[in-house]
Structure formats: C-alpha cells, structure tokens
Design a protein around this ligand. Structure first.
Ligand code: RP5
Length: 266
C-alpha cells in the first residue's frame, strides 16, 4: 500500500508526505533480512513485544568514524559520543529516542536496527536536483537522470550535503559530479523537504532531502553534454512517463511528479 500524495488545500498547493514502504520492505546492497513490520505495527507508540530486528552496521561505516579517521564521514558507533559531537536533527520535527538513546525513525519501524550503510545516527541529509527539459523531437518532458550503481535503478542525481554546505551548492556539486553538467541551481524551485523512503533506511538512521527543480530552456539543454560520474552507472534524459516515474529510486517519482505539476500550472 502506498501512502497517497496529500493535498494541502490550506495553502492551495500540493505537499508530499513521503511513503514508508521501501524502507521496510526492500533490502539495500549487503543488507540482511528485515523483520516484518505490518502497517498496524509501524508506530513506535504501538506495543510490539515480538519485534526483534537485526542490529546492523556495515564495516565501511565503522571504518569511516570521524573520531578515528581523518576525512571520515561517519558518526562514531558509540551513540553517547556521537551526540556530544553533533545533535541529530530532522526536517520532520522533534525526534524520539529509544532506551539506548538512539534516534528513532520518524516514520516508524523498518525491521532493522543500527545504521546500515548510513554514516549518521538519525537523519542523513541529501539534496536532489530535478533538472528537466522538453525533448526537441518527441516534445516529451524529460529529466536528466542517473542510473545508481548500488541497485541499477534510475534516480534524481542527488547526493549527501557536506558539513556546513549550502543546499544550492550541494545541488550544483552533485549534478556536476554525477551527471557531468555544471548549472547554477540558486534559482531552482523547492519541491520537497523531508523524509526519503530509501531502501537503506533503518530504525535509527534514515535519509532526508531537499529537492529543487529547474526547467531548462531548449537552448540551454542543447548545450549540455551529460556524462556519468564515478557514482553513476549511466546518465540519460529520461522521458517522464508514468511508467518511468513509478520505477524511480526511493520516492523520487513523487518528487518529480510534484515538479511536473508545478511546471504544468505555469
Ligand atoms: C536518496 O539518496 C536521496 O534522495 C538522494 O538522491 C540520495 C543520496 O544518496 P547517495 O546517492 O549519495 O548515495 O535518499
């Protein structure tokens, strides 16, 4: 069951509530089985005495502990030490913590404890540049998309926000690194901010993002020569058909649908 896109009628525009489906049903690369969590057991407030998810963190995360490795990108495994260095935050509001003081996923249980492949306890912040054009031949709207190396799915060419980095800069940097194109994203329109239904999410670490949209003129799009970066298997102008949108990574399809709705309303 997918959560629906909610219409925020008060503001007269659409807001998205990211679903929490892939986070508890899919297994990212190298992940163990998730403990089954049904819709009625999602909420942390609901008692679930049988719930015994595997505690899982990849060695790569432990090896990149910032307190041990210069240039590392991960919090220390010791949550008390991690909290002394950084307070876990979230775009979703105040966080709850478990009895071991670890932050709890704001959308509820995922069937896995620990951080998996994610470096930060709590929210791991990303930025997603949605860049579209009209195909000069087919006249279809297309998005410059990358094929992810970890699971082969097509995705927005997003990436992690570096510590202290401005989101517009992350959008520009990631777009350049992953799709090989340098464009100013400072005038891009914010589409979404919050939880991402990412298959890497766990009970204690999850993805959140800011997605911004920029629609390119035919002239600007024609000048671009996209090239897949190290983190991407391939890059292409992806026609935004219903089928392609529904197959995008995580809940990227919902974000791109919102960008399209904004574009069509202009
Ligand atoms: C998703 O993971 C975000 O929406 C963003 O697209 C991406 C960032 O992670 P990496 O691509 O850097 O692994 O949750």
């Amino acid at each position: 069951m997918r959560e629906t896109i909610l219409n925020n009628t008060n503001q007269g525009n659409q807001t998205i509530r990211a679903p929490h489906i892939k986070s508890r049903t899919e297994r990212a690369k190298d992940y163990p089985e998730r403990f089954p969590v049904s819709d009625d057991k999602l909420d942390w407030a609901i008692k679930f005495p049988k719930y015994s998810p595997t505690n899982f963190v990849l060695q790569k995360v432990l090896d990149n502990d910032i307190t041990k490795k210069p240039g590392g990108w991960a919090d220390p495994e010791d949550i008390e030490l991690a909290k002394k260095l950084r307070t876990p935050g979230s775009y979703e509001g105040p966080l709850k913590f478990d009895t071991r003081s670890r932050p709890l996923n704001p959308r509820g249980r995922t069937g896995l404890e620990g951080r998996g492949i994610l470096g930060k306890w709590g929210a791991n912040f990303a930025a997603d540049p949605i860049v579209t054009r009209v195909n000069p031949e087919t006249k279809l709207i297309e998005m410059l998309a990358i094929q992810r190396k970890d699971n082969g799915e097509w995705a927005i060419p997003g990436g992690m926000v570096d510590y202290g980095e401005d989101v517009s800069e992350t959008l520009r940097r990631e777009f350049k690194e992953e799709a090989g194109v340098d464009i100013d994203m400072s005038d891009a329109v914010e589409i979404y901010k919050g939880y991402v239904d990412d298959p890497r999410n766990t009970d204690n670490a999850w993805m959140e993002t800011v997605a911004k949209h920029k629609h390119l003129s035919a002239e600007l799009a024609a000048k671009m020569t996209p090239k897949a970066g190290d983190d991407a298997e391939a890059v292409r102008w992806l026609p935004l058909t219903e089928e392609n949108l529904n197959k995008l990574y995580a809940n990227h399809g919902e974000m791109v649908k919102k960008a399209l709705a904004n574009l069509n309303s202009k």
